[in-house]
Design a protein around this ligand. Structure first.
Ligand SMILES: Nc1ncnc2c1ncn2[C@@H]1O[C@H](COP(=O)(O)OP(=O)(O)OP(=O)(O)O)[C@@H](O)[C@H]1O
Length: 499
């Protein structure tokens, strides 16, 4: 390797280099200044050429502008610029969405790529330990692409050989701070390639209003299931897409007090509204908190229990018996019960599961509840008897059947360890920082989605009391317009103990 030095700088000390931990002295050649000037001159054009090749659209635009300026003269070129600006402004006013997609986001992406990321890339990689030293060479992960949207910069990176996404996940907070983002999430794109998602504004900061998701048709057909159980809209995801839930199995909603569990339950009932109205879905609701949360929706429910543990145990046993009956009928005929108004999907909603499994003072009733729940959770899926349970404390001694809920939603929790208890091992490391959710952001949480390794950040729709009243009026079942939700003791005429 030759180094060019001139004048007094050509001391033996300056030609010493560290190679693979060993100091080596290299030969020193003195070169004339005119040679250095020529090298610098061509070096500059070489660099400009490489930059132009890297940003072909921008460099073509600059070249076109320069050519037009020369060909048209300054005054015609000035008018042309004014015309272009007016056209762009008209486009932005008339169709903001396409203007954003085709003009604003590409320009912002190019700007942020250079100004935010490229300028600090090498130093950041070195400081965060993501650049790799091998021999005397330093290998730096290459920044391939930056795509900016209103809230997120998606930075595509090719990792250095020997790296894994987990190394980047460990450095995610440092990367977020360095690049001035609220958070950084790491997603695997394909082997060796990852996407760093830097959130620079929170898309979930604003409350999601129910009208934003209102797409169901007013007719509420009775000939077929009027909602798509595989994609019930509950809110929005951090990337602005609707957050939908696949209701083909049991769902656990975990979160500290005031985390917004109630809003997820109401959003689900709202999404099922047309099916409740036409009788395809029958909510059986248990509100052990004395009906504080769910009694507003009583006209929507086929059964409702808020006053007695005995009544709640009986309701769960009835659900488990119904499930067994359906399973027997299905045997050898079909693998999945198809809900109809005569044999609807039964949605067993439990607000605060721990009240039933741990806090109920009567040991015998607690055991009956545990046994009915474990029967339901282990096989209610095929019989279309699904349990949706809200829970404050996800520890195993509070809810022993935690693992029997295939779908889990984790809102704000009080301890980092609770996240993995709800979403599964490693979920927090993969970005589900539910313990860091701002208490102001009720209804915000993380969910795991099939086929996606990283948990997705979501916010549930919020229904105010008047929204709930309107929902109840609109979706109360056609067939029991005049019949209130049944309590367990209504079914056999016996009096029951009160909570
Ligand atoms: N999705 C949401 N968007 C905006 N605000 C919400 C949302 N969900 C809840 N809130 C606000 O947070 C408050 C508490 O919500 P909620 O009662 O649903 O919490 P919770 O987790 O069920 O609490 P608890 O377990 O104590 O009953 C609500 O009164 C409301 O003001």
């Amino acid at each position: 390797m030759f180094r060019t030095v001139h004048g007094d700088a050509s001391s033996a000390d300056k030609a010493t280099r560290k190679v693979g931990g060993v100091y080596v002295r290299e030969p020193v050649f003195e070169v004339p200044v005119w040679w250095l000037a020529i090298r610098r001159f061509f070096g500059f054009f070489g660099l400009a050429g490489r930059k132009a090749a890297k940003h072909p659209v921008l460099s073509s635009l600059i070249a076109l502008a320069a050519w037009l300026r020369i060909a048209l003269g300054s005054s015609a070129f000035g008018w042309l610029l004014v015309g272009v600006l007016l056209t762009l402004s008209a486009w932005a006013v008339l169709h903001w969405a396409s203007f954003e997609r085709m003009v604003r986001f590409p320009v912002v992406s190019a700007w942020r790529r250079w100004f935010v990321y490229e300028r600090r890339w090498h130093a950041t990689m070195a400081v965060c330990g993501l650049a790799v030293l091998y021999g005397d060479l330093e290998y730096v992960p290459s920044l391939r692409q930056v795509r900016s949207t209103r809230f997120v910069d998606r930075v595509i990176v090719d990792m250095v050989s020997g790296q894994i996404p987990e190394q980047w996940e460990n450095q995610a907070p440092a990367l977020a701070h360095t690049f001035g983002a609220l958070s950084c999430r790491v997603r695997t794109v394909k082997p060796r390639r990852i996407a760093l998602e830097f959130m620079h504004a929170d898309p979930l900061a604003a409350t999601v209003k129910p009208g934003q998701l209102d797409t169901d048709d007013e007719s509420h057909s009775v000939d077929r299931m009027p909602v798509n159980l595989a994609a019930l809209p509950l809110g929005v995801c951090a990337d602005g897409q609707p957050w939908t839930l696949r209701l083909t199995t049991h769902v656990l909603i975990a979160g500290a007090s005031e985390a917004g569990k109630g809003s997820v339950v109401w959003a689900l009932l709202r999404a099922l509204g047309p099916a409740i109205r036409t009788g395809y879905v029958a909510p059986w609701v248990l509100d052990p908190k004395g009906g504080m949360e769910l009694s507003f929706g009583e006209p929507l429910f086929q059964r409702f229990e808020a006053d007695s543990y005995e009544g709640m145990a009986r309701m769960l046993e009835d659900a488990a018996d119904l499930m067994d009956r359906r399973t027997r009928l299905l045997r050898g005929v079909a693998r999945q019960h198809i809900p109809t108004p005569d044999e609807p999907l039964v949605l067993v909603v439990v607000d605060e599961m721990a009240d039933l499994t741990s806090y109920c003072p009567d040991r015998a009733i607690r055991q009956r509840i545990a046994s009915a729940l474990s029967r339901l959770l282990s096989k209610g899926r095929a019989a279309a008897v699904h349990v949706v349970a809200a829970l404050q404390d996800p520890r195993k001694d509070v809810l022993p059947f935690r693992d029997l809920f295939p779908v889990r939603i984790c809102l704000r929790v009080t301890e980092a360890s609770h996240v993995d208890m709800v979403l599964g091992d490693g979920a927090r490391d993969r970005g589900a920082t539910c313990d860091l959710i701002d208490p102001e952001l009720a209804g915000v949480g993380f969910v795991t989605v099939a086929g996606v390794r990283e948990p997705v950040r979501v916010r549930a729709t919020y229904h105010s009391d008047s929204d709930i009243a309107a929902m109840v009026e609109r979706f109360k079942p056609l067939i029991h317009d005049a019949i209130p939700a049944q309590r367990s003791h209504d079914l056999d005429g016996k009096e029951v103990d009160k909570l």
